[in-house]
Each structure stands twice: as C-alpha cells, then as structure tokens.
Design a protein around this ligand. Structure first.
Ligand code: ADP
Ligand code: ADP
Ligand code: ADP
Length: 212
C-alpha cells in the first residue's frame, strides 16, 4: 500500500505512522525525522534545513524533494510506503505524483488526521521525543515523570520547534500551505478523514478500518 498521512503539527501523524506502517509491513518515511537526524548528525542536508526548522518554516522544496526522491528510489519503498510529513504543500504533491509515475505507480490513500487546534496545542506542549530511537511520548497522556524512553532507555528531549511561539507559526504555515492538500487529494478521490481524538489505540483502529 502507498499511503500519505496528513494533518496539523501535533495531530498524531508520527505516533500513528509507527503503528500503521508496522501493521501494514511497509516502510515509514518521515521527512521530519530524516531532517532531524541530519541536523543532529551535522550533515550538509542538516545544515541546509536547520534554520528553516528552527523558525517553523518549511525547508525549501528543492532540498526536500531531492531527499524524498532518493528515499523512494530505494527498492523497498517502491512497492509500498507510508509518508509522514510529505507532501507538505501542493507543489510537493504534484512532484510526488510525477516521481511515482516514473515508477509506474500512484498513491492509494491519503489519510487525514482530524483534531481541533486546542488539542493540537496540548499535544505539542507535552511532546517528548527519544533521542535514540525516535519514539514519541507525551508527558501527561503517557504519564512520563522521567526523561527515559520506555522502549529503548534512550533520553527524551523536547523539540526546539515545540516552543510556544514556534508552534503558533507552524500552525499558520499548516493553514496556509499544507491545508490546501486536503482538497487537492479530495479532488483526486483518495482522501479519507479519520477522527484523531481519543486514545492512541482507538485512532490506530479507526485508521486501519479506513484503509480496508
Ligand atoms: P510535525 O511532527 O510537528 O508535523 P515534522 O516533524 O513533520 O513536524 O516537521 C518538522 C519540520 O521539518 C517542519 O517544521 C519543517 O521545517 C521540516 N519539514 C518536514 N517535512 C517537510 C516537508 N515535506 N517540506 C518542507 N519542510 C519539511
Ligand atoms: P542514506 O540512507 O543513503 O544514508 P538518507 O537520506 O535516507 O540517506 O538518510 C540520512 C540520515 O537520516 C541517516 O543518518 C539515516 O539514519 C536517517 N534516516 C533515514 N531515514 C530515516 C527515517 N525514516 N527516520 C529517521 N531517520 C532516518
Ligand atoms: P505529529 O507527528 O502529527 O506532529 P505526534 O505523533 O508527534 O504528532 O504527536 C504529538 C504529541 O501528541 C505527542 O506527544 C504524542 O505522544 C501525543 N499524541 C499522539 N496521539 C495522541 C492521542 N491519540 N492522544 C493523546 N496524545 C496523543
């Protein structure tokens, strides 16, 4: 299955991507994770991306698209994949279509995770990420009293771009640049909306039902 997750920052894309990709046995391609790995690794790509990420702006399309094209060219990604965080604007969606056409395939489903702004702000304010395995936690919802990852014992950190001022800007960027994708994919007839409120497992179940 070739699948895209879309939704505002904090909707639960990364959280659901972990479970949905593993349920479907397809690779998860998270552009945010790849950028963060490159920033912490000090690569050329990381140096290019960092200033945009710190501001909460999108990394320029040419940089992002080259990275996704490389990743999709790897054999495992052609057969099936879950994209988390890409495409992020209509030009990226149009290029994705062309890249997939080169492999003679197309997207099967775009899953929109639907939550309101208030919930998004609560989720982002308490988000913690494992510096070792990348797993996502929440201080309240997962009752995290220490900063140790229950999955791998790695250290949890708060993303710099989850600070309040940057969050507000990222929500604006979402409304202006990413939200138009919802009607773009609705027009293509492959958009499915899922209520992303409630416990993580229930959202996963709704997502899996929407896909079958
Ligand atoms: P969230 O989980 O909050 O939705 P991500 O981890 O997906 O955020 O993205 C973090 C940052 O990485 C974005 O604010 C942006 O700077 C950059 N980024 C991720 N994906 C893309 C993309 N497809 N195009 C441009 N920038 C991106
Ligand atoms: P390559 O795999 O050819 O080294 P990538 O652009 O795929 O190049 O990866 C660059 C960096 O991002 C690597 O350090 C890799 O560990 C990391 N990375 C790749 N894919 C992911 C992913 N889905 N989630 C987190 N980090 C990733
Ligand atoms: P996104 O990738 O869309 O930005 P994340 O998956 O990183 O979102 O989730 C943002 C925060 O909300 C994380 O701290 C995560 O643990 C938490 N979260 C995700 N899904 C739920 C849920 N259904 N209920 C409560 N908290 C959630």
């Amino acid at each position: 299955m070739r699948l895209v997750l879309v939704g505002p920052p904090g909707a639960g894309k990364g959280t659901q991507a972990q479970f949905v990709a593993s349920n479907l046995s397809i690779p998860k391609i998270s552009t945010g994770d790849i950028f963060r790995a490159n920033v912490s690794g000090g690569t050329e790509l990381g140096k290019l991306a960092k200033e945009y990420m710190d501001r909460g702006d999108l990394v320029p399309d040419e940089v992002t698209i080259a990275m996704v094209r490389d990743r999709l060219a790897e054999n495992d990604a052609q057969d099936g994949f879950l994209l988390d965080g890409f495409p992020r604007n209509v030009p990226q969606a149009e290029i994705l279509k062309k890249i997939l056409a080169e492999f003679e395939v197309g997207l099967d489903v775009v899953l929109e995770l639907v939550v309101d702004d208030e919930e998004v702000v609560r989720r982002l304010a308490g988000r913690r990420t494992c510096s070792q395995c990348g797993r996502i936690w929440h201080v309240d919802f997962d009752d995290k009293k220490d900063d140790v990852c229950d999955a791998c014992d790695g250290r949890l950190y708060q993303r710099d771009d989850d600070k309040e001022a940057t969050v507000r800007h990222r929500l604006e960027v979402y409304q202006e640049q990413t939200a138009p994708l919802v009607s773009f994919y609705a027009d293509e007839g492959i958009l499915v909306g899922v209520d992303a409120t409630g416990p993580v497992e229930e959202v996963t179940q709704r997502a899996m039902e929407a896909l079958t």
